[in-house]
Design a protein around this ligand. Structure first.
Ligand code: PAF
Length: 319
């Protein structure tokens, strides 16, 4: 099955990366913005991806609008807004979605899928992760800082609805995104959550790049404690990802090394003075702990610290 059209909600780094690459092979891609004036400017100028490694530039001219009605019913919608903005796009989803529209989220952390499930039937909802690193350079330009896999699975594990994703996966592959489908996405989401738990708040609090965390024994120790707590909470929630704690910690450290030069998404938010996704990352661990009748004091403290510094606007003098 080939797709007739698709819309990406969210004009951030990932939204522009996906829209620009997909547009090269599929012109029926639209980008839904939250701001009318910015949407108009971006549609006129086009959007752009610069490859960090070799400086290659890719330009695209998708339809960009702030009015979902101008786009209308879609076969597939990708939700790429920040996790804490998810509830703000539910009204637009009602306009863009028909009874068969697939809605795909690749948002960080845990919890955005449950918010989408308020208006998207579970059989149409697709959860996933992407390991691509992208930094916003200006309104229309994104720097593609690192590649990785994109993994997708249905909100209801094991559902045969996964076969409906075939055309989309082919399109992503054609657009240069290595993509896998899995029957159960939840172990993948937990693995990514633990990576984010052990990297994002530490970079956001220290102002360091991902790789630099490992040069500081104090941060390495906090990382181990936060990930250990998340691992215990995951086990208490009945989830098995087929890895022991040592392997998970090794994975977190490997991601620090593999993405050593990355400014994490949470540090990018802090530098811009924006709200962060802490409630959907370390905050999710705290919520799962409460549900399992326990607590997660290290993750709770990291949440409170990130929120405190966000509220004061202090950002290391970086910009
Ligand atoms: O949120 C991020 O920045 C990314 O998920 C990760 C893997 C930590 C790399 O920077």
């Amino acid at each position: 099955m080939t797709l007739a059209n698709l819309t990406i909600i969210g004009p951030g780094a990932l939204g522009i990366l996906f829209a620009t690459r997909i547009w090269q092979v599929f012109p029926h891609v639209s980008l839904l913005h939250y701001d009318k004036e910015k949407a108009r400017r971006m549609e006129t100028s086009g959007v752009m991806v610069v490859e960090e490694g070799n400086g290659t530039v890719l330009k695209a001219f998708p339809k960009i609008t702030a009015n979902a009605k101008e786009i209308g019913r879609q076969e597939l919608v990708m939700v790429l807004v920040k996790a804490f903005q998810t509830s703000q796009v539910l009204q637009d989803l009602k306009v863009l979605c028909g009874p068969e529209t697939l809605v795909v989220t690749l948002q960080n952390g845990m919890g955005a899928g449950d918010i989408l499930a308020r208006v998207v039937p579970g059989e149409n909802l697709v959860l996933g992760v992407t390991m691509h690193g992208a930094n916003r350079r200006d309104e229309r330009t994104v720097v593609h800082a690192g590649s990785g896999d994109t993994i997708l699975g249905m909100f209801h594990p094991g559902s045969s609805d996964i076969n409906r994703l075939e055309g989309f996966v082919r399109l992503l592959e054609k657009s240069g995104f290595i993509t896998y489908l899995v029957q159960d996405i939840y172990p993948v989401l937990w693995k990514k959550l633990m990576v984010n738990v052990g990297i994002n708040p530490l970079t956001a609090l220290s102002g360091l790049r991902n790789g630099e965390i490992l040069e500081h024994p104090e941060l390495v120790s906090i990382q181990e404690k936060a990930v250990s707590e998340a691992f215990t909470v995951m086990k208490a929630s009945g989830m098995d990802i087929g890895m022991d704690f040592k392997e998970v910690l090794a994975l977190v450290r490997k991601v620090c090394k593999d993405t050593a030069e990355n400014v994490s998404s949470m540090l990018q938010d802090r530098i811009k003075g924006n709200q962060t996704e802490i409630d959907f990352i370390n905050g999710a661990v705290v919520r799962f702990a409460l549900e399992a009748g326990t607590d997660a004091p290290v993750n709770e403290t990291l949440c409170l610290l990130v929120k405190y510094f966000t509220s004061t606007g202090w950002n290391f003098g970086l910009h």
